[in-house]
Design a protein around this ligand. Structure first.
Ligand SMILES: Cc1cc2nc3c(=O)[nH]c(=O)nc-3n(C[C@H](O)[C@H](O)[C@H](O)COP(=O)(O)OP(=O)(O)OC[C@H]3O[C@@H](n4cnc5c(N)ncnc54)[C@H](O)[C@@H]3O)c2cc1C
Length: 393
């Protein structure tokens, strides 16, 4: 315990001395975050913050030192997170590498794959995207048709992926391909693919929010080394499901409200106003209290689950509970924000709205996708019924 307190002092002093001032403000949008990668150009402070944190392995605090991680115990990692929160520090790096493919490779990748990919993920050199969904395979993911045919020490891949988040910005993709047409689940292989391989092309898709965060990805005679198979050929389905659990944990974790909590109260004071020290509208007061309590309960439960993950265990099917609850709670929060700010939360552009108000509209629209990405709410309910509660089909 004394060791942990010494560690806390050291961490605090180091962070305070080294974190650039501009990294001590909350992120205003996902665009301001550092996602790493070969293609992005980040401001100088963002790059420096990533570099010095990655040098210590603190972008991935609990990952093994031999692959560039921080090698911290889960208690030390918690201290680091607490001290970063105290200084209101931005995460030095975010993305699918840290949250999805990195943890997966640490669990089931072979030694060469770990040595090749994990250090680059820690340093934010490579940005990853996910090639799961296809035009005819979303909820029924195992229905995927992208075909991979063996040719010597390569697979030749042909097909189409869709809804590839940040496909145009990513350097590598982890994807599911069909290597056996006779068997549905037992004919799927999990591959790692460089997006610069000839035959890969991406086309952005525009969303209702106006942004284009995802793409269609077309694969035409793409040659992927057999060495890039994770696990065994035809045995990718279980690996695919393990990765989805990491993804669902990540999605739920993103809704652990940090700065947003005070934002909701601030907005309520501004747009509704107090009456005898309480929020004037009793119905809104009730809704706001309920959302905050539900959020607190989710945050605490997620923290417990995070502790388990840091102890080296992959998440189980209960990740579906967090995903379901976290995304639906986020939608309730966005609806409530709209009720609080009224017409001011319905602006799209123009002088009648502040930047923050325009952000409220876009956040609300973006939240509609939360209950679809990473598997819809209905699919999560099916998983919870079967795999968590053990109910019959
Ligand atoms: C913001 C966002 C980001 C995404 N990013 C990625 C990405 O990076 N990579 C990627 O591969 N994919 C990505 N996706 C795709 C996402 O995984 C799929 O949209 C999702 O799995 C649903 O598939 P679908 O769109 O084909 O809908 P469908 O599967 O066609 O579902 C349509 C409706 O039917 C319901 N339904 C289907 N089957 C059942 C069932 N068995 N029981 C009950 N109801 C059912 C669904 O719940 C849904 O309401 C993203 C999606 C969104 C919205």
């Amino acid at each position: 315990m004394a060791d942990l307190e010494t560690f806390r002092d050291e961490v605090h002093r180091w962070l305070d001395a080294n974190a650039p001032a501009s990294m001590r403000t909350p992120l205003r949008s996902a665009d301001e975050a550092c996602w790493g990668g070969r293609k992005a150009k980040y401001p100088e402070d963002t790059r420096r913050w990533l570099a010095i944190m990655a040098e210590r392995g603190w972008t991935a605090p609990t990952w093994p030192r031999e692959y560039g991680g921080g090698g911290l115990t889960k208690d030390q990692a918690k201290v680091l997170a607490q001290e970063m929160a105290k200084l209101r520090l931005r995460p030095p790096l975010m993305g699918f590498g840290l949250e999805m493919i990195g943890p997966l490779l640490l669990q089931v990748g072979n030694e060469a794959q770990k040595r090749d990919h994990i250090p680059k993920i820690v340093r934010g050199e490579i940005r990853w995207c996910q090639g799961y969904s296809e035009p005819g395979a979303g909820s029924d993911l195992a229905g995927l048709q992208t075909r991979a045919v063996r040719d010597g020490d390569h697979f030749v891949v042909n097909g189409q992926k869709v809804w590839t988040s940040y496909g145009d910005k990513a350097d590598w993709m982890f994807l599911l391909v069909r290597t056996n047409t006779e068997k549905k689940h037992a004919g799927i292989t999990f591959l790692l693919m460089d997006m610069e391989t000839p035959g890969v092309s991406v086309r952005p898709i525009k969303l209702i929010s106006g942004a284009s965060p995802f793409c269609e990805t077309f694969l035409s005679d793409v040659r992927v080394p057999v060495a890039n198979v994770v696990g065994e050929v035809d045995a990718g389905w279980n690996i695919a499901k393990m990765l989805l659990r990491f993804e669902r944990n990540m999605i739920a974790d993103a809704f652990k409200e940090r700065d947003d909590r005070s934002r909701l109260l601030r907005l309520a004071r501004r747009y509704v106003g107090p009456e005898q020290g309480r929020l004037a509208d009793p119905v809104l007061r009730d809704r706001l209290t309920q959302v905050e309590l539900d959020q607190l309960a989710l945050d605490l439960t997620l923290s417990r689950s995070r502790d388990r993950l840091k102890a080296g265990q992959p998440p189980g099917p209960e990740a579906s509970i967090f995903k379901l609850y976290g995304t639906e709670l986020n939608q309730r929060r966005r609806e409530l924000t709209g009720s609080i700010a009224g017409p001011q939360a319905l602006g799209w552009e123009g002088a009648g709205f502040t930047d923050e108000e325009l952000g409220l509209t876009r956040d609300w629209l973006r939240s509609r996708g939360n209950t679809i990405e990473g598997g819809t709410s209905e699919v999560q309910l099916n998983i919870i019924a079967k795999q968590v509660l053990g109910l019959p089909d």
